[in-house]
Design a protein around this ligand. Sequence first.
Ligand code: ZN
Length: 124
Amino acid sequence: MSAVEIICRNCGADTLLKREAIYDGFEKSGERLSCSSCGFEYTAEADVPFKEKKGDPIIFTEADRSENVNIFDETEAQKLCRYCANYIINPFTQFCSLHKKEVQATDTCPRFEQSEEKEANDLL
Ligand SMILES: [Zn+2]
């Protein structure tokens, strides 16, 4: 049985849901759902404050964050597509003439070639 994470409504703990079968004689008549930290009992499955729903957006934020870190990394910043000789920009797209594909100004590339011209323009 996999552990189900909950944020307990009673004690507020980030803990696990305890799921026990309730037997009426030999027949399973239901389940008892309770907090494994304080023992608070939830009357129904719909009443359980599951943690899972909050998990997904957090994963996305972490992925976004690591991309942002790359942008500000100093060594990476020297290899941004916008400073590359193969980077072409027009009103519709940003394009890498080396890879024949659309790129972002903040992309980085192992085939980076410093564009003297563009850097000079940036200084103006
Ligand atoms: Zn609790």
